[in-house]
Ligand binder design. Structure first.
Ligand code: NAD
Length: 363
């Protein structure tokens, strides 16, 4: 009889086992200074596709935690969006402004190539389509390439469109109308996606309050979209209708929960709930409608998937528009089941993975 060993939660294998990741690859290269982790969560539906993030993590443990959380989110994102993709993600440890260069990116590309297509990479925070070009020099398992190279280009506008659709669906649930005209919206992070989202919000006549880690970006965006720029911490204390996290994850946590005065949370950031089992129900208790992050930020993945299967940007946008209906359905389902929206969305994704896993069990 095989003895099943219980792993300490803090151990590396304990963390990998917690959410049943299939494979985690640690990449190291002395010459380029590359330190990266590739997390492959689940490949039942297809190859694990997910972007590469470059970030100056405070510790290796923090980087591992991030890649595990992000890759799991990709599994759910693909599954709930009806895509034939598994979930994966990669992180490169270090400051993108000083460490990112062609050699480092190409070395990373070789590690991706070694996985033989089990993992397909793309853009994420601090990565550009140009960076994908460098990675493409070493592996064909990369998506999100520039349109000039036959790729689907920057996924951010499509992600922003899906986030906007999800936000409108959540607004309809909270306010009885999906119009964002006159709604006070706090946007945290005005990078690639955040800026495209601002275009939609400003066109619709929302009153925008924003912030960014880079003050110059915040000031520039505020001037362009007639918005009010506030400090990094101040964003949580704004008297707004909607809070839109568009920077990094875990911003809904024990410290911020009581400060949020909004009725809706809808943003593009991945893993917005620090602990979904704690903060998901806590939002319901406070009467705040949470649009599940992996559901409403799936536009970028849908766009990249269209590149993998040879679709067009228009077909990706058409599919992304359905995020409005999917969000409405998940919010209804959560209410009917007496659970929180993130749990309802995860359950829906897991049901599809289980069903398709059975389809695939015979040749
Ligand atoms: P980006 O790097 O272009 O933008 C992120 C912005 O957030 C930057 O301007 C950064 O300065 C700012 N920021 C970082 N920490 C902050 C903080 N504490 N407070 C305020 N601002 C802060 O990245 P992006 O591509 O726009 O992605 C934004 C988020 O959306 C990420 O969580 C990413 O994983 C997620 N996402 C992106 C896509 C996509 O298509 N790009 C798809 C799905 C999900």
């Amino acid at each position: 009889m095989v003895e099943i060993q219980t792993l300490a939660p803090a151990s590396i294998f304990g963390q990998i086992a917690e959410h049943e990741h299939e494979q985690v690859v640690f990449c190291h290269d002395k010459d380029t200074g590359l330190r990266a982790i590739i997390g492959i969560h689940n490949t039942v539906l297809g190859p694990a596709l997910g972007g590469t993030r470059m970030w100056h993590y405070a510790s290796d443990a923090e980087a591992l935690k991030d890649v595990l959380r992000l890759s799991r989110g990709m599994t759910y994102k693909a599954a709930i969006s009806g895509l034939n993709l598994g979930g994966g993600k990669a992180v490169i440890i270090g400051d993108a402004k000083t460490l990112k260069n062609e050699a480092l990116l190409r070395k990373f590309g070789r590690f991706v190539q070694n996985l033989n297509g089990k993992y397909i990479t793309a853009e994420d925070v601090n990565m550009t389509t140009k960076d994908m070009e460098y990675i493409r020099m070493e592996t064909k398992h990369v998506a999100g390439l520039p349109e000039s190279m036959g790729g689907s280009g920057d996924p951010s506008p499509v992600t922003a469109y899906g986030t906007y659709m999800g936000m409108k669906a959540a607004a309809k649930k909270a306010f009885g109308s999906d119009s964002l005209a006159g709604k006070r919206i706090a946007v945290q992070g005005v990078g690639h996606v955040g800026t495209y989202l601002l275009e939609h919000l400003s066109k619709e006549g929302a009153k925008i309050i924003l912030t960014d880690y880079y003050e110059d970006r915040a000031i520039e965006a505020a001037a362009k979209f007639k918005a009010v720029a506030v400090g990094l911490e101040e964003i949580y204390d704004q008297n707004v209708d909607i809070y839109s996290p568009c920077a990094l994850g875990a911003t809904i946590n024990d410290d911020t929960l009581d400060r949020l005065k909004c009725r809706v949370i809808a943003g593009c950031a991945n893993n917005q709930l620090q602990d979904e089992n704690v903060h998901g129900p806590a939002l319901v208790e406070r009467g705040i409608i949470y649009a599940p992050d992996f559901l409403i930020n799936a536009g970028g993945l849908i766009n990249v998937y269209s590149e993998v299967i040879g679709g067009s940007r228009q077909s990706a946008l058409t599919q992304t528009e359905k995020i409005y209906d999917f969000t409405t359905q998940v919010l209804e389902k959560a209410e009917q089941e007496g659970t929180h929206p993130q749990a309802a969305a995860i359950r829906q994704a897991e049901e599809r993975i289980a069903a398709i896993g059975k389809v695939k069990s015979t040749y």
